[in-house]
Design a protein around this ligand. Structure first.
Ligand code: ASP
Length: 585
């Protein structure tokens, strides 16, 4: 090996030992007769010392080394006179007697420091340099530990990791497919899996009753901080189980991951009905690190001549404790916030229950002191508290209030990244009405089973049918979701029918699964957790990109390898593909 030790492991106990180290030049300092170099590798930094008087030639070659040169040195470990308490190797240095330059380096386009001077785009273009930085390395180490702990837990529970193919046929997770043309089958295409959903169900039919896989999934959809076109799931499926069994096992898994990787004991893992999540938080992924639940004020706020409330389907309030001293400017800023087009509220009403007992609201003209006292009781407000109120159509108002609540939570420091509040959201609706296509879509996916007691509503009131579906939510992030599946052909057919498939379409797309259901399919269900999201959450970041070695940017490009890109005419010909120029919008 080109080293006896790495750059993070030498201590006082190694003093006087002869060692060989290899690494990158982090920085170099010339101080009078001495030159010091910080040598870096994945494990840390070790100081190298060169003395001009003792070995002029060597010291002069050391002075020529630029940042990021790769070098090998031999020398003796010595105690440092001025110690650096900030790094584990800070008590020693290497008195170098041999220097071997393994490779030179151009000056990197940005500094390889914890706080780099490089912008995101530049760092992505040179991601291999960005990956040398400590914060990025620590993220990948965390990801590795999380992966290992996941494998260990699932292995102990008897799960088998089984790989499923990437070149498949469309899987309906609600996004667009990435497709791959087949040279051997002209004019035909594979789709990359949006998830291994149908395969894991087939594995249940095949009798492998506990399956898992850390697997790449591919979805062509608009990107955000927590979405990448390819991402990793902890994908699982179990046979002979009910919802309760799945919730218990995966709750235990996540608790174990927290314990092993973060040293945190999670005791409480509450469950919340989907309907309640929407009613009290306006979101199917509520952040329950803090309260501020919605209170409906319709019965007290309507019928007093204030049109915005009278015409509204719902009047919703949240209470910000001890915020009655919010200034005009702060309240205006909140009003501007809710009026942003992506939030879309028409305005915001506030009531200040001042600490001195006086009350001030933006609707004093319409409401008496008694009215406002009723709102105070309804919201359980105290003197010193502030009510923020939005009104309008039910769905929109809940959505906007969710944003306002999260904004207030952030402003008030209630969304601490080191605190974790997981929960299960359960009893999701089976179907969701889509205005654009004027039909129902599966809220989860078409293989999710309706609740037995709701099946009779499928024809008459499909929107009211609840599913055996559940999501795991932590700190307002959907970490995963799953369901108990349909396992008989007739019900699966009926489901496809309700989703607007003709029997022929259903057979063409999913015949293989329905056929399998006729050969002894056991009851089964499963879940998939977003592995990148879990890593980002554990690391305290909102961006999954930070936890992926080679991520894509928000237009789905890998700017380092410059992909997607054009392909050669011969490749197109082989694939029977013809290109048409992009239409200008
Ligand atoms: N396949 C689903 C998904 O990717 C998860 C599941 O139902 O197990 O969201």
């Amino acid at each position: 090996m080109l080293r006896t030790h790495n750059c993070g492991e030498l201590r006082l106990e190694h003093v006087n030992q002869k060692v060989t180290l290899s690494g990158w030049v982090q920085k170099s300092r010339d101080l009078g007769g001495m030159t010091f170099i910080d040598l870096r590798d994945r494990y840390g930094i070790t100081q190298l010392a060169f003395n001009m008087e003792v070995n002029t030639e060597l010291c002069e070659s050391a002075r020529k080394l630029g940042r990021e040169f790769v070098v090998q040195v031999e020398g003796v470990v010595a105690e440092r006179s001025s110690k650096n308490k900030k790094i584990p190797t800070g008590e020693i240095e290497i008195i170098v007697d041999k220097l071997n330059v393994l490779n030179s380096s151009k000056t990197p386009p940005f500094t390889i420091e914890d706080q780099s001077d490089g912008g995101e785009e530049l760092r992505m273009k040179y991601r291999y340099l960005d990956l040398r930085r400590n914060p990025v390395r620590r993220n990948l180490e965390l990801r590795h530990r999380l992966s290992l702990a996941t494998h260990n837990f699932l292995d102990k529970q008897g799960f088998l990791e089984i790989e499923t193919p990437y070149l498949i046929k469309s899987t309906p997770e609600g996004a667009r497919d990435f497709v791959v043309p087949s040279r051997m089958n002209p004019n035909q295409f594979y789709a990359l899996p949006q998830s291994p959903q149908t395969f894991k169900q087939l594995l249940m039919v095949a009798g492998y009753d506990r399956y898992y896989q850390l697997v790449k999934c591919f979805r062509d959809e608009d990107l955000r901080a927590d979405r990448q076109p390819e991402f990793t799931q902890i994908d699982c499926e179990m046979a002979f189980v009910e919802q309760e069994d799945i919730l218990n096992i995966f709750e235990a898994m996540v608790k174990q991951l927290f314990k092993e990787v973060k040293g945190i004991e999670i005791t409480d893992f509450p469950r919340m009905e989907y309907a309640d999540a929407m009613k009290y938080y306006g979101s199917d992924k509520p952040d329950i690190r803090f309260g501020m639940r919605f209170v409906e004020l319709n019965q007290w706020a309507q019928g007093k001549g204030f049109k915005a409330f009278d015409d509204a389907e719902i009047v919703l309030a949240i209470k910000a404790e001890a915020c009655a001293d919010y200034s005009r400017k702060q309240l205006d800023a909140l009003t501007d916030f809710v009026k942003k087009p992506q939030i879309g509220a028409k305005g915001m009403v506030y009531v200040k229950y001042n600490a001195d007992g006086s009350v001030k609201s933006s609707v004093d003209k319409f409401y008496s002191a008694e009215d406002l006292a009723e709102w105070k009781t309804a919201t359980d407000a105290k003197d010193g508290d502030l009510l923020l109120i939005l009104s309008g159509e039910l769905h929109h108002t809940r959505k906007a209030m969710n944003e306002l609540r999260l904004e207030m939570g952030s402003q008030l420091g209630l969304r601490n990244k080191d605190e974790f509040a997981p929960l299960w959201v359960i009893n999701f609706p089976l179907l969701e009405w889509d205005e654009d296509s004027q039909r129902y879509h599966a809220m989860h996916h078409p293989f999710t089973s309706p609740k037995k007691e709701d099946v009779h509503l499928l024809d008459s009131e499909p929107g009211r049918v609840r599913a055996n579906a559940y999501d795991m939510v932590i700190n307002g992030v959907e970490i995963g979701g799953g369901s108990i599946r349909i396992h008989d052909r007739a019900l699966q057919n009926m489901m496809f029918h309700h989703l607007g498939f003709t029997p022929e379409e259903a057979q063409a797309q999913f015949g293989f699964l329905m056929d399998a259901f006729e050969y002894g399919a056991p009851p089964h269900g499963g879940i998939a957790l977003g592995f990148d999201r879990l890593a980002a959450l554990f690391g305290g970041s909102d961006s999954i990109r930070d936890y992926i070695a080679f991520p894509k940017n928000n237009t789905g490009r890998d700017v380092m390898i410059d992909s997607p890109s054009q392909i050669a005419q011969e490749q197109l010909d082989e694939l029977y593909l013809q290109l048409t120029p992009k239409k200008e919008e």
